[in-house]
Design a protein around this ligand. Structure first.
Ligand SMILES: [Zn+2]
Ligand SMILES: [Zn+2]
Length: 267
C-alpha cells in the first residue's frame, strides 16, 4: 500500500502551503510562500514539482496565493479554485504572474479526482472574495483541511465523523488577542464570524466531535502575535481531556510551525 504523506511547508499569516502525497505524486493546498522555498522544501522530502498534480486554493488572501502564478504558469501545475476566488486572484496586486492556462475551476460542493486523491471543496466563513476548505479522500484516509474561518459551519460538522485526520485553524488565544497590540478594528475583524478561529473554539469543537477513528489533529494558521504553539496545543488538549479524551494516546494534537514542519507518513 502506498502510504499517505503530509508535509506542512508553511502555516500562518507569513504563508501557507500543505503537501499531501504518496511515493508517486501529490497535491498542494495553497501556495502562499515563494516558489523557491516550496521547491527547496519539497526537494528535502524527495518531491519534484513535476510530481505535483494540482494546487487547491482556499481563498485569495496573499498568504495563500503568493506563488500560484509561478507554479501554475511556469511549472504548469493546474490551479483549482472557485470562479469567484479566481476572479479575486486575477485582481490581486501581489500576483507577479497572472493565471491563464493553468486555471481550473472547482466550485464549493464539487469534487475532483486527481491521481489517487479525491478532493471536495466546501464553503467556510471568512473574508476573502470566496472562501473554502477541503475534504480529501486518499485510500482509507479522510482529511479535513479548514484554515482561515471565523466559525465552524455545518460542512465541517458533517465531515468530521468520517475523518481520521483534521487540519484546523487555531489562530489566537483570546486573552493574548484582547490584551495585545493590534488596533481595535483588527481585533474585531479577527473575532468576527468571517475572521479567524481561536484556540478555545477549535478545542471545544474537537472535544465535542472527536470519535475513536480521529487519530491526528494538526492546528494551523497560528498567529505569531496572539498565540504560542504550546498554548494552542495545551488549550485544545485541555478541552479534549475535560471530555475524557486521552490526548497523546487516543489522538495526537500537533501545532504546525510557521516554517516547514516534519514530514508525516501515515500508516
Ligand atoms: Zn491566511
Ligand atoms: Zn485569510
Amino acid at each position: 500500500m502506498d502510504k499517505l504523506r503530509f508535509f506542512s511547508i508553511g502555516s500562518g499569516s507569513s504563508g501557507n502551503c500543505y503537501y499531501f502525497g504518496n511515493s508517486v505524486h501529490g497535491i498542494l493546498i495553497d501556495a502562499g510562500i515563494s516558489s523557491k522555498t516550496i521547491r527547496k522544501e519539497l526537494k528535502q522530502i524527495g518531491v519534484d514539482f513535476s510530481q505535483i498534480m494540482g494546487i487547491f486554493v482556499t481563498h485569495d488572501h496573499h498568504d495563500h496565493i503568493k506563488s500560484i502564478g509561478t507554479l501554475g504558469e511556469k511549472f504548469h501545475i493546474p490551479v483549482y479554485a472557485t470562479a469567484k476566488t479566481h476572479d479575486g486572484i486575477d485582481h490581486s496586486y501581489g500576483m507577479t504572474q497572472k493565471l491563464s492556462l493553468s486555471k481550473r475551476f472547482l466550485e464549493n460542493g464539487e469534487e475532483v479526482d486527481i491521481g489517487d486523491f479525491n478532493v471536495l471543496s466546501f464553503p467556510v466563513s471568512h473574508d476573502g472574495t470566496d472562501n473554502g476548505g477541503f475534504f480529501i479522500k486518499y485510500m482509507e484516509h479522510r482529511i479535513i483541511v479548514a484554515t482561515d474561518l471565523g466559525r465552524i459551519n455545518e460542512h465541517i460538522y458533517n465531515h468530521i465523523p468520517q475523518s481520521d485526520i483534521v487540519i484546523l485553524e487555531a489562530n489566537y488565544d483570546l486573552e493574548m488577542l484582547k490584551n495585545g497590540k493590534y488596533p481595535y478594528y483588527l481585533k474585531q475583524r479577527i473575532l468576527s464570524d468571517t475572521g479567524h478561529l481561536g484556540n478555545q473554539e477549535a478545542g471545544l469543537f474537537l472535544a465535542e466531535n472527536w470519535h475513536p477513528e480521529l487519530k491526528h489533529i494538526y492546528l494551523c494558521h497560528l498567529s505569531n502575535d496572539n498565540n504560542h504553539p504550546e498554548l494552542a496545543k495545551r488549550t485544545v488538549e485541555m478541552c479534549m481531556n475535560n471530555k475524557g479524551i486521552r490526548t497523546g494516546s487516543d489522538v495526537d494534537v500537533v501545532p504546525l510551525k510557521r516554517s516547514a514542519s516534519d514530514l508525516v507518513v501515515f500508516d
